[in-house]
Write a protein that binds this ligand. Structure first.
Ligand SMILES: Cc1cc2nc3c(=O)[nH]c(=O)nc-3n(C[C@H](O)[C@H](O)[C@H](O)COP(=O)(O)O)c2cc1C
Length: 418
């Protein structure tokens, strides 16, 4: 039986784990104390050495991202904590925000120290309004204890944290759109380059990181990069939080050392599947990751192994689908989601997702997709590929294309007459 490795989740287990007393009793803010004794470059070096990759979806190396922030920049720099958690199936960050807000805050403060920022913004998903009081409390406690504010622990380092309630849109979680939204505008994507590390919030260098990424940083600092880097595989270091939902007996948030189990072991041995349930497929890293068929699940849960089968660990969201729903209905709902969430800025995404949705709604009413439907859907994905302004449209096209490749027979199968 695959074993959980509760590194971050060990900070979430007590009833009062959100309080500063509980957090400090578990060694909280030791990472910050260490960071304050180090030079900013040394902190970045330590995070690089740990091999930590971003947990928001793109898996970009965190230390490397921080190293891109210009050191001699004359104006302010910013830390942004991406707490928008919008990828369907993802609900791991809320566990940390609700039960261990100090772990996230400590990570943000260390990030600020590393890149030379004095302000951090948490972009909190509006649907997590119910968590907001706990975060406010944690921020208040951190100020009272001298972990935030002026001259933190006598180090002459100043850092303030602000919370901004999100705009309720999937696209608002895309880092460049997050920044637009933080500036009070509609969360439309900005053209990249320039990178946010060069031109970010209010045009200033900004390090945007996911909640879980920030929450991992204090542990790396307090336990040491060498210790952390021994967990996982050379390409996928450390542990990761996974949220699993759908056709499993024990949905929830789990934490594993990367590579310590396969997707099939996670689904069948840990989360459990009812006897007699036949799986249709699994999204291993959120809706935007390539769906895997039931015979593709013997893949170790690492970045490199998921990549080998054409998919990704993405945001760590495993959506398990059984045959109680038809492939056609799942595809329609997925594409309708992208269409609803398309910001409308570019034509391929706005019109492509809408057009595909209309075809799929008709097909679903009929009970199956015709050969013409499939040909037209393929043509639309060809038209969209590589032409979208941002990854939202790319994901919509990719999800449709891989579904057509893997499930064409099911999509076109006529229902048996009663
Ligand atoms: C459409 C879209 C939605 C996204 N939503 C989120 C989100 O809700 N939370 C998140 O951390 N990253 C999200 N991302 C990824 C961010 O753009 C960015 O890569 C991430 O916040 C960087 O942090 P990390 O390096 O720590 O992973 C999204 C990306 C796209 C394209």
């Amino acid at each position: 039986m695959a074993k959980e490795y509760r590194l971050l989740l060990s900070y979430t287990e007590r009833e009062d784990s959100h309080t500063i007393e509980a957090y400090e009793s578990l060694g909280g803010y030791q990472g910050l104390r260490k960071a304050l004794e180090m030079e900013p470059d040394e902190i970045i070096e330590e995070v690089m050495k740990s091999g930590l990759k971003g947990r928001g979806g793109a898996a970009f190396p965190t230390g490397k991202k921080w190293s891109f922030i210009p050191k001699d920049h004359p104006g302010p720099k910013y830390v942004v904590d991406n707490a928008d958690e919008g990828e369907p199936g993802t609900f791991k960050d809320r566990e940390l925000l609700y039960r261990a807000p100090h772990l996230v805050l400590e990570g943000m403060i260390i990030a600020g120290r590393a890149i030379g920022a004095r302000e951090g913004y948490m972009y909190l998903r509006y649907e997590y309004l119910w968590i907001f009081p706990r975060i406010k409390r944690a921020i208040r406690e951190a100020y009272q204890k001298g972990y935030l504010g002026k001259n933190i622990l006598g180090s002459r380092f100043d850092f303030d944290v602000y919370v901004y309630l999100g705009a309720g849109a999937y696209i608002a979680g895309y880092a460049v759109s997050t920044l637009e939204s933080l500036e009070g505008k509609r969360a439309l994507p900005r053209l990249k380059p320039p990178r946010t590390s060069q031109v970010g919030l209010y045009g200033m260098p900004t390090a945007v990181n996911n909640v879980e990424t920030h929450a991992t940083v204090p542990i790396i600092l307090s336990k040491g990069a060498d210790w952390y880097a021994r967990l996982g595989t050379p390409e996928s270091r450390g542990t990761r939080l996974f949220s699993i939902s759908g056709a499993v007996k024990r949905p929830g948030v789990y934490e594993f050392e990367l590579g310590s189990l396969t997707l099939r072991e996670f689904i069948y041995e840990v989360a459990g599947v009812d006897e007699g349930t036949e799986l249709l497929g699994v999204f291993p890293g959120g809706l935007s990751s390539e769906i895997l068929t039931p015979d593709e699940l013997d893949v170790p849960m690492t970045h490199e192994d998921l990549e080998k089968v054409g998919s990704t660990l993405g945001s760590g969201a495993i959506i398990v689908l059984d045959r109680s729903q038809k492939a056609l209905s799942i595809l329609r709902r997925s594409i309708e989601f992208f269409s609803y969430e398309s910001c409308g800025k570019c034509t391929p995404c706005r019109d492509g997702t809408n057009w595909m949705t209309r075809i799929l709604v008709q097909a679903e009413k009929r009970g199956y997709a015709t050969a013409e439907d499939i040909a037209l859907l393929r043509e639309i994905t060809r038209m969209m590929r590589g032409r979208n302004f941002c990854p939202l449209g790319d994901s919509a096209e990719f999800v449709a294309r891989t579904f057509l490749d893997k499930y064409e027979d099911e999509l076109t199968r006529k229902p048996v007459a009663a």
